[in-house]
Design a protein around this ligand. Sequence first.
Ligand code: B12
Ligand code: SF4
Ligand code: SF4
Length: 264
Amino acid sequence: METKQKAALKAKLKRRAKTLGMNLFGVASVERWEEQPHTPPAYWPQNIWPWARRVIVLGVQIYPSMLETTPSVVYSELYNTTNRFLDEAAYRLANFLNEEGYRAHFFPRDCYGDISVLVKKPEAAFSQVLAGLYAGLGTIGMNHTLLTKEYGPRVRLVSVITDAEIPADRMVKKELCLGCGACMRRCPMQAFTPVKGQIIARMDKFKCAGYHQKIKNEYRYPCGLCTAACPVGADKKRWGSKAVSAAGIEHCQDFGSKNAVANL
Ligand code: B12
Ligand code: SF4
Ligand code: SF4
């Protein structure tokens, strides 16, 4: 493929992603997995799918006005919808690439059977956070999520893996995390412990997953308070500090979940 053709295909994919409702689009070359120190070779896309050359990462925003009611069925429904939305958009983009003659498929936004598995082994076969980092969408914050300048950590991700060698994006150089600790203070499980000289905190994933098991049983999964608390992101300016009132949070939590029944 000629350089001009590669750039034209990337522009076409970006337009399609936008039409499919995606807020963020970035491209990582698979070499990034080798260059960066984060995962052993078993996780590298090119070792799982030998034809893989690029990973296209798509992101969709999470509305703070719904997230901040968490744990509630309001956020739970938003979460389920973003999941469908992401997987469908990635499927369609991969399909388009197949029709253009390339190999492509998507890696589902999460890819685990149930939270009861994550409480024992809180890990998946492919990291959307690292894919987003390598595709230039943002940097990893103290709370282990990908922070973006547009939406802070309030963005969910999915990847399309392909052999179409479109131009890769540059990684973000400037750390977006402010090190303010708001995520850590807001966590109901105290899952984070700061590490001196390092932005990313130590995280007790088992504590976090255990809490998720509890609130899933109450039909108000997931938590996400550490993403709601984060001040990074242009979205925070748009929504202001009170995207939902304190009374509104309680009100939303009083309907549609086991918590509502327990409070009767
Ligand atoms: C397992 C899982 C969980 C587990 C474990 C959490 C965890 N942080 O690992 C539990 C159930 C606890 C969980 C909770 C949540 N999750 Co979750 N989860 C996943 C899942 C399915 C797999 C993650 C994984 O195992 N990847 C593979 C491993 C190898 O990589 P990794 O965990 O991503 O970790 C890398 C980096 O953190 C980095 N890293 C870690 N430590 C350090 C230290 C240093 C110094 C450096 C440089 C790098 C570094 O390197 C790691 C690889 O080794 C992903 C979806 C996916 N398939 O990626 C979503 C995902 C990470 N979750 C997500 C979200 C939003 C949440 C919640 C907020 C709940 C919610 N939806 O509201 C909470 C927040 C937890 C948190 N603060 O991290 C989003 C994050 C989006 C974003 N903007 O980053 C993802 C990407 C889902 C998605 N498709 O968007 N989750
Ligand atoms: S999702 Fe909730 S329990 Fe898990 S780390 Fe974030 S604030 Fe803590
Ligand atoms: S809340 Fe503060 S410390 Fe936590 S990820 Fe966001 S900017 Fe970093």
